[in-house]
Design a protein around this ligand. Sequence first.
Ligand code: C5P
Length: 226
Amino acid sequence: MNLSPLIVALDFDNRQKIKNLVEDLSKYVDIFKVGHLLYLKYGTEILDFLKEKRKKVFLDLKLHDIPNTVRLAVKAAKEREIFMLTLHALGGSEMIKEAKKEADDLPKLIAVTILTSLSERDIKSVGIKEKIEDLVKKLAKMAINSGAYGVVCSPQEAKAIRDILGSDKIIITPGVRLDENAQDQKRVATPKQAFESGADFIVVGRPIYQAPDPVGKVLQILKCIE
Ligand code: C5P
């Protein structure tokens, strides 16, 4: 499968502009990320639109629930031909194994380790004493051993994770910035650094959809990683 390594997150609330953006970027982008906002507001319509445009959907619902509930959600995602579906590794091994029962080829289960918006201080404040990098490595290994197809992590952790996962599992990194403001992202890197660290795909949202020229921005990102 030869897919563009750039996944574009459609995290804004204007259905016509979203459709226009998908059309404009269609030549360069194969996978679009649909998150909570878009899914809750225009779920069926936007999934049908992306299918019609022959685009793959990275449905980022970050499932985290009891195993049976997650398995049923995965079943529904399979029926909708979702390409990639995220779940929180923190949901545990049993949850991921149960989810995998409904995921054959599709949807590809992608485990989110620790959100890139969280810092060491943030995780301490919720009672986790471990260092982010150690925790991310542990979660990634557990998720893959439980049946996940790949993991989402910060580009800053991708290298350590690649060493653990080997070459056949995929790593997706958000928190990617060229020279833009990092906004709420705390563990960021450039596209080049992300791929050099072992990412297979990067997810970029605001730097593209908030750019005055999104196509130009996509070309700029793709050029950095050729
Ligand atoms: O706008 P920005 O480029 O920061 O968007 C990054 C996208 O990746 C967002 O849609 C966010 O939900 C997602 N994401 C993330 N960190 C994770 C997992 C997903 O930023 N660990």
